[in-house]
Design a protein around this ligand. Structure first.
Ligand code: PGA
Length: 250
């Protein structure tokens, strides 16, 4: 396990040919990254991309999973077991778009976190405040609540097999990046919250920043003491840009 991680969240972009091209370019450009690198394509492409990436440094993640381990009558859902079966090692849990557009609440996200670990996947737990919450000065309250919802159910030890991603909602896909000071402050807050329960896990848990990460701002963000890499949306759809972000991680 490397100290930092750079993960690409492709969201609902591209079709099969686009994805294959992108993966091909990532494989060609791959160097000896100092960080763990992974991509999170849409569900239908996971198996094919898993085969393409096999034997490379790239790991595979999914963007979501069913909160119920299954198997069972859950039409339209995809279980952690299935994701693991097709080669995923990671899965995003509680991305702000899931929280906002699909009404995922803290309780459901905590169940998804546990379902991921039960299936042998590393959950990447996404937390972050909206613009309104930041302006009202409740960033720490919101992020603390999102984190506690998982810790209360899964226990702090579960973080030794998980990654946290801090993504201020107002910085996602907007071109607005949190300043390094703003990001570092929330990362330090998250690590502090974990440290209250377990200092060793707090030191080792990797906390990624997400929200308009690009090649031009990655190095500065990743240089912060509590920022251990990035969860990258838009820029991860461009191989050159994404490779540069990977190369910027310590
Ligand atoms: P962005 O998305 O890099 O396009 O802001 C980040 C994310 O939603 O994970």
């Amino acid at each position: 396990m490397r100290r930092s991680v750079v993960a690409g969240n492709w969201k609902m972009h591209g079709v099969r040919a686009d994805q294959a091209r992108l993966v091909g370019a990532l494989l060609e450009g791959a160097e000896d990254f100092a960080c763990d690198v992974l991509v999170c394509p849409p569900f239908p492409y996971l198996l094919e991309i898993s085969r393409q990436l096999s034997g490379s440094v790239w790991r595979l993640g999914a963007q979501d999973l069913c909160a119920d381990p299954g198997p069972g009558a859950f039409t339209g859902e995809v279980s952690g077991t299935m994701l693991h079966d097709v080669g995923c090692t990671h899965v995003l849990v509680g991305h702000s778009e899931r929280r906002a557009l699909y009404a995922e609440d803290d309780a459901l996200i905590a169940r998804k976190f546990q379902a991921a670990q039960a299936a042998g996947l590393v959950p990447i737990l996404c937390v972050g405040e909206s613009l309104d919450e930041r302006e009202r000065g409740v960033t720490e309250t919101v992020v603390g609540r999102q984190l506690a919802a998982v810790l209360d159910v899964a226990g702090v030890a579960a973080l030794s097999r998980a990654i946290i991603a801090y993504e201020p909602v107002w910085a996602i896909g907007t071109g607005k990046t949190a300043t390094v000071e703003q990001a570092q402050a929330v990362h330090a807050f998250i690590r502090g919250r974990v440290a209250v329960q377990d200092a060793m896990i707090a030191r080792s848990v990797r906390i990624l920043y997400g929200g308009s990460v690009k090649a031009s701002n990655a190095a500065e963000l990743f240089a912060q003491p509590d920022i251990d890499g990035g969860l990258v949306g838009g820029a991860s759809l461009h191989a050159d840009e994404f490779l540069k972000i990977g190369a910027a991680a310590p």
